[in-house]
Design a protein around this ligand. Structure first.
Ligand SMILES: [Zn+2]
Length: 686
C-alpha cells in the first residue's frame, strides 16, 4: 500500500534533494540510515539529540549492522532525522501538501501551519486500507457526514511558569459518524493545528476569529471543501464524501472563548437559555430561574437567530454608546455576550455554516468530573449525609476502597484518592476526572453494603448519580440507547440534591441538561476524555522544542500519527487480541491471549466481567477463531445468590464462554464472605 502511495504521489519529500546537495557541498559524510527507519525513530517521541547519541553509542559498540555513526557523519544523521520528521507533512496530494498555512499577520506568527483536512483524509485513506473501509462503512448516500471541531488550551512543561509563554491552544477535529471505538481512540482524532496562546491573544477576535477562518477552510473554500466533496482512496473502489459542520466540542471556558458568550461565571450562565441566572448574581425576577431549577419547561431556549440578533444589536449600541461606557457594559452583562469585533458571531459570511446554539456541544467530562457535579455530590454525601446522619467519615470509605478489586486496566484506587484532605471548602472533592468515576462506583458499593437503610434518601440520590455516570461512561454510541432515561435522571438528580444539600447549584449543574441536547443534536455522546489523552501526545512532542515551535511540534505530531497507522495492523479494528499466540483446539485454528481490546475497553485475565443478560465471570483466557475473527472469553462463571444480580457464589463456579460483543462492563467488586462476592449492577443493565 505504501508503495502504491509513493507511486501515486510521485513521492519524494520536498526537502530531501536540496539537503543532499547541501551535504555534498559541505563535504560531510552521509549516513546510510534507511529513511523508513529514520521516520519510525523520530515517531518514538525522543529528541533528535537523544536518538543521535543512542545510535552513536550502539554503533561504537558494533551493534548496528553495516551502519557507522561517528563525528564525521553525525550532522548527516541529524539532517536525516529532521527530514524524516517532516516527511509526511510534505507529501503532496491532489489537495496540496498535508501541512499548509494560513495568513494570520501576527508578529512572530505571520503564517499558521495547519494540517489540511482534505489532504489528510486523502493520504490516510491511501496508506490505510482499514481507515478507507471504515470510512466507507459509515457513508450513507445523500447524507453528509458531520464534523466536530475541538479546541482546548494546554501547558507543555512547567505549569507554574509565571508568564505561560509556552501555553498553547490545540485544535483537533473528528467525524462524529465514526464508530464508537474509533471516536474513543486518541490517535484517530486528527490534529488541525496548534498555536501558542500569546499569538492567539494578539489576533483580533481571538479564538473565535481563528475558528471562523477554520470553518472557511473546511466548508467555504472555493477550491476544495467538505461541502463539494473529498476523494477517499479505497482498495474496493474509491469514493467521495461530503460533510457538514456539527459543532464545537469544548469545556465551558472553551465555549466562552469561541463564542464571546459571557461564560458560566456571568449573570446569564447559559448560552442556550435566556432565562437561567447564575445564583451568585442575586434573585431572579419575572420568567427568570436560578441554576437550581430542574424543570426543563422553565428554560427559555434561544434560537440561533436570537443570538445573532443580540450581537448585531450590541454592534449598533457600540457605534452609538462606545465600548467603555457604563450603559454599554450593562447591556453586554444583561444580554450575556461580550462585543468582540473580529469574532465568530459577528462574521456574517459564516452564518450559513455556524449556528451558535446548536453547535455548542458540552463535554460531560468537564461538567461531571472536573470539579463538577460528581465531585460536589461526593463531597455533600460525605459531609452532610454520612457524617451528619450516620457518623461515618471518609476514612471508613477509604478503608473499604482498599479491599475492593479493580479492573486491571483501571488499576487499584490509590488510598490518597479518598484522603480527608481532598474534601475542599468549595464543596468538592479534588481528584482527576478518571479517578472520580472509580470513586463513584466504590462509594455506591459502600452505600449498598452499609448505609442503604440508614439514609435511604441520600442513597437514592447517589444511585441516580451512579446511573448517570454509568450511562455517560458507555461511550459515544452505546449511551445513546439510554438518552431518555438520562434526561429524566438528570432532572431528578438535581431535585434530590437541592432537597438534601441546600439550594445552591453551580452553573455546571444546569449545563448537565444540555449534555442531553448535544447528544440528540450530534447523534453521539462526545467527551474530552479522549482529547485529553491526545494532549499527552502533543506535550510529549513539544516539551523539548524551543525554536520554530508551531512548525516543529506540528511536523512531529503528524509524523507520529501516520507512523502509528503504518505500524499498527489493528488500529481501525474494533476488537482484537493483544500479543496473541496461535493455538489449535479440536483441529480448529485459534489465537489465544491474556488480554484483548473490546467495545468496553481493555479486558485482561483476572478481570470480572458482566454480559448483557447479567451473567458474571472472571476471565481466564481470551480466544479468537481465525476463520471469522470471532472473539470469546473463557471465564469462571459465578451464579447468583438468592436471585440477587449483584451477589455471586464462588463455591458454585463453572467454566463458561462469553462472546466479546455481549460484554457490557468490567466490574469493581469485593469479597462479602470467603465464598461470596458483590458488586454494583452497572447502568447498562437498566
Ligand atoms: Zn441552559
Amino acid at each position: 500500500m505504501l508503495v502504491r502511495t509513493l507511486v501515486l504521489f510521485g513521492l519524494s519529500t520536498m526537502s530531501s534533494s536540496s539537503s543532499n546537495l547541501e551535504l555534498a557541498k559541505t563535504g560531510c559524510k552521509q549516513v546510510n540510515l534507511d529513511s523508513k527507519v529514520a521516520r519510525s525513530l523520530v515517531a518514538t517521541g525522543s529528541t533528535k539529540r537523544a536518538t543521535t547519541e543512542i545510535l552513536k553509542k550502539l554503533s561504537q559498540a558494533g551493534m548496528l549492522k553495516g551502519i557507522v555513526i561517528d563525528e564525521t557523519n553525525e550532522r548527516s544523521l541529524k539532517r536525516k532525522l529532521t527530514e524524516a520528521a517532516s516527511g509526511h507533512s510534505n507529501v503532496n496530494t491532489p489537495y496540496g501538501p498535508i501541512v499548509q498555512f494560513m495568513e494570520l499577520g501576527i508578529p512572530g506568527c505571520e503564517h499558521l501551519e495547519f494540517v489540511n483536512p482534505f489532504a489528510f483524509l486523502y493520504y490516510l485513506s491511501a496508506i490505510s486500507a482499514g481507515f478507507a473501509e471504515m470510512m466507507k462503512s459509515i457513508c450513507v448516500p445523500g447524507r453528509p457526514l458531520r464534523i466536530i471541531i475541538y479546541a482546548d488550551g494546554l501547558e507543555p512543561g512547567n505549569p507554574f511558569r509565571h508568564d505561560l509563554a509556552r501555553h498553547l491552544m490545540s485544535i483537533y477535529w473528528c467525524i462524529a459518524d465514526w464508530p464508537q471505538y474509533v471516536l474513543q481512540r486518541s490517535f484517530a482524532w486528527p490534529v488541525f493545528s496548534i498555536i501558542r496562546t500569546k499569538f492567539l491573544n494578539q489576533l483580533e477576535g481571538g479564538l473565535g476569529r481563528l475558528m471562523s477562518m477554520i470553518l472557511r477552510i473546511f466548508f467555504k473554500s472555493k477550491d476544495h471543501s467538505f461541502s463539494t466533496g473529498v476523494h477517499i482512496n479505497c482498495p474496493t473502489g474509491d469514493y467521495v464524501i461530503t460533510a457538514i459542520f456539527a459543532g464545537f466540542l469544548a469545556d465551558l471556558v472553551g465555549h466562552k472563548e469561541i463564542t464571546e458568550w459571557k461564560g458560566h461565571g456571568g449573570l446569564f450562565c447559559c448560552l442556550t437559555c435566556s432565562s437561567v441566572r447564575n445564583m451568585l448574581w442575586g434573585t431572579p425576577h419575572g420568567l427568570q430561574v436560578n441554576t437550581n431549577c430542574h424543570k426543563r419547561k422553565k428554560f427559555i431556549i434561544r434560537k440561533n437567530e436570537d443570538v445573532f440578533k443580540i450581537v448585531d444589536d450590541l454592534h449598533r449600541d457600540f457605534m452609538r454608546l462606545g465600548k467603555k461606557t457604563t450603559p454599554f457594559k450593562n447591556k453586554e452583562r444583561d444580554e450575556g455576550f461580550t462585543y468582540t469585533p473580529g469574532g465568530l458571531l459577528l462574521d456574517k459570511e459564516i452564518r450559513d455554516v455556524y449556528k451558535p446554539v446548536d453547535h455548542c456541544i458540552r463535554d460531560w467530562q468537564h461538567i461531571v468530573c472536573q470539579d463538577g457535579v460528581a465531585n460536589t455530590h461526593v463531597y455533600n454525601l460525605f459531609e452532610h449525609g454520612l457524617k451528619e446522619k450516620c457518623g461515618i467519615d471518609i476514612k471508613q470509605v477509604q478503608e473499604f476502597s482498599q479491599i475492593c478489586k479493580y479492573p486491571s486496566n483501571w488499576g487499584k484506587l490509590d488510598e490518597s484518592a479518598l484522603d480527608e484532605k481532598r474534601l475542599k471548602k468549595g464543596a468538592t472533592i479534588a481528584s482527576f476526572s478518571s479517578t472520580i468515576l472509580t470513586i463513584v462506583t466504590v462509594v455506591m458499593m459502600f452505600l449498598e453494603k452499609f448505609v442503604k437503610e440508614c439514609v435511604p434518601d441520600h442513597f437514592d440520590a447517589f444511585q441516580m448519580l451512579y446511573h448517570i455516570v454509568g450511562i455517560l461512561r458507555m461511550g459515544a454510541e452505546d449511551a445513546m440507547r439510554h438518552v431518555e432515561t438520562l434526561k429524566i435522571l438528570i432532572a431528578d438528580h438535581m431535585a434530590a440534591c437541592v432537597r438534601l444539600y441546600g439550594t445552591y447549584v453551580k452553573p455546571k449543574g444546569h449545563h448537565m441538561f444540555h449534555i442531553v441536547e448535544g447528544m440528540l443534536w450530534v447523534g453521539r455522546l462526545l467527551s474530552c476524555f479522549v482529547t485529553e489523552r491526545k494532549h499527552r501526545e502533543i506535550k510529549q512532542c513539544s516539551v523539548n522544542v524551543y525554536r520554530h515551535f508551531e512548525h516543529t511540534v506540528l511536523s512531529d505530531v503528524v509524523t507520529q500519527a501516520f507512523e502509528q497507522i503504518l505500524d499498527g495492523h489493528d488500529v481501525y479494528t474494533e476488537e482484537f487480541l493483544i500479543c496473541p499466540k496461535e493455538v489449535t483446539l479440536s483441529f480448529i485454528a485459534f489465537r489465544a491471549a491474556n488480554r484483548c481490546v473490546t467495545r468496553v475497553g481493555i479486558i485482561s485475565a483476572g478481570d470480572l466481567i458482566i454480559n448483557s443478560v447479567g451473567d458474571v465471570g472472571k476471565v481466564v483466557k481470551v480466544f479468537q477463531r481465525v476463520c471469522d475473527d470471532l472473539i470469546f472469553l473463557e471465564v469462571d462463571a459465578y451464579p447468583c445468590v438468592d436471585g440477587q444480580v449483584s451477589c455471586r457464589s464462588i463455591d458454585r463456579q463453572y467454566r463458561d464462554f462469553f462472546v466479546s460483543k455481549s460484554i457490557i462492563d468490567v466490574l469493581i467488586w469485593y469479597f462479602d464472605s470467603p465464598a461470596i462476592i458483590r458488586f454494583s449492577v452497572p447502568a447498562a443493565l437498566l
